[in-house]
Design a protein around this ligand. Structure first.
Ligand code: PNS
Length: 158
């Protein structure tokens, strides 16, 4: 069975990677869908977010990475995926994910599995990683090495 793990991944964090690995432990194939939430402004361009997700997941067997444009449910249909996997850290995440899960299910019948974030990473978010990087802090413990290197390159201008 194939599942889609969608997100904007700006940038991908160790928490995302943990969810992707755990999704792969449940499903035969995982497609990571790199999209955009229209209400957010991004640090990394779509092509760079895609590249970083590809680099960070390159060593995980059965995981592929594709850009997401348009509706997630249509992407799932086009990929032949029957399930969506999302991670949730705390209450508000789950509230939002449950309403999206219900809407997506209502549209095409696709199911959503919400994995509780591992305790090790439950305080890590892309938003906080961006904030640390912008203010000159060290975000390296919270992101894959390839992202830490990219953030270090960008630090002077952002
Ligand atoms: O990293 P994020 O912000 O949690 O990612 C959000 C994303 C890209 C997964 C979400 O915005 C999404 O599913 N976008 C696709 C458009 C869509 O299907 N919207 C309706 C959802 S009910």
């Amino acid at each position: 069975m194939r599942a889609v793990v969608p997100g904007s991944f700006d940038p991908i964090t160790n928490g995302h990677l943990d969810v992707i690995r755990r999704a792969r432990a449940i499903f035969d194939e995982v497609v990571v869908a790199v999209g955009a939430n229209s209400s957010k402004t991004y640090l990394f361009e779509p092509a760079e977010r895609l590249e970083l997700v590809r680099a960070a997941t390159a060593d995980i067997d059965g995981v592929s990475v594709e850009p997401l444009a348009g509706l997630l449910v249509e992407f799932c249909r086009s990929q032949g995926a029957e399930a969506i996997v999302k991670g949730g850290r705390a209450g508000p995440d789950f509230d939002f994910e449950v309403s999206m899960a219900r809407m997506n299910h209502s549209m095409t019948g696709v199911e959503t599995v919400i994995l509780p974030a591992s305790a090790q990473w439950c305080f890590v978010s892309s938003t906080l990683v961006r904030e640390i990087a912008r203010l000159g802090g060290n975000a390296a413990p919270y992101v894959p090495d390839v992202v830490a290197a990219r953030l270090a390159m960008r630090r002077p201008h952002d």
